[in-house]
Design a protein around this ligand. Structure first.
Ligand SMILES: C[S@@+](CC[C@H](N)C(=O)[O-])C[C@H]1O[C@@H](n2cnc3c(N)ncnc32)[C@H](O)[C@@H]1O
Length: 234
């Protein structure tokens, strides 16, 4: 078998600027291959790594990123319309245009409030939503907040993330706004390792694990105080 450049990129054997693990990328490509979405919405372009794949599978892609440096990179993808603005602003633009999307990737600001707002946009405008970094406790809390009180299908560990050097990151949550919770396939023997790994992450990277929560702020403040105190002594 000959490994083409395309295959190498998909298997993370060649650079493609995608800020995802090989497993996540393979899952994303698999989902795109299965769904064949015509219109894709992406929140979080960065280097265009994930957008490149959307551009390949879909007829039309709208990607949103507040960083103006993304404009140059997006020019290489002719079917991509880049909106250089905050996702909250972009949501307003897309609503006014009456847009709908077959597929959406949420991967912009990873704070709880932003994830919640971005997932809420997905529930409103897209048929299938993947949310990156669903293993992260803060991102997870944002997804849960967006779905609170709604009977919507969500698999928080559709692709599980892992314990990384800076805490729990990665993974994809799969959200299907038109389906309810009972739509899940019955055979699901999985027990999520996320809550247990969260305890390990809490010891290894307390501030990173609970960043954006009261605990995270308290730990960060205590660490700052301790650093200053030890610096004064030296
Ligand atoms: C993790 S990167 C996206 C990676 C990309 N999806 C990939 O896998 O190749 C997150 C991007 O979101 C952008 N971003 C962060 N907060 C944002 C916001 N509130 N609105 C729009 N873009 C935002 C950042 O500028 C950054 O480029």
């Amino acid at each position: 078998m000959i490994l083409t450049d395309e295959t190498k990129r998909a298997l993370a054997l060649a650079p493609d600027d995608c800020l995802m693990t090989a497993a996540e990328k393979a899952a994303l490509i698999g989902v795109l291959h299965q769904l064949r979405p015509e219109r894709v919405l992406e929140f979080g372009f960065r280097f265009g790594g994930s957008c490149r794949w959307f551009s390949e599978f879909a007829r039309e892609v709208v990607s949103v990123d507040l960083d103006p440096a993304c404009a140059d990179r997006a020019r290489a993808l002719p079917n991509v319309r880049l909106l250089t603005m905050r996702t909250t602003e972009a949501a307003g633009v897309l609503r006014r245009e009456g847009r709908r999307f077959d597929f959406m990737l949420v991967d912009a600001d990873h704070s709880r409030a932003s994830v919640c707002a971005d997932v809420a946009v997905g529930l409103e405008l897209a048929d299938v939503v993947l949310c990156h970094d669903s293993y992260n406790p803060v991102v997870r809390a944002g997804i849960r907040q967006a779905l609170a009180g709604r009977d919507v299908y969500c698999d928080l560990d559709f692709v599980p993330g892992c314990l990384q050097s800076n805490g729990l990151w990665g993974g994809f949550a799969l959200i299907l706004p038109a389906l309810d919770r009972t739509a899940r396939y019955n055979y699901d023997p999985r027990v999520s390792a996320q809550p247990w790994l969260r305890c390990v992450a809490l010891v290894r990277n307390p501030a990173a694990t609970y960043v954006d929560t009261g605990w995270g702020r308290l730990i960060a403040r205590a660490r700052g105080w301790w650093k200053k105190r030890t610096a004064r002594r030296e």
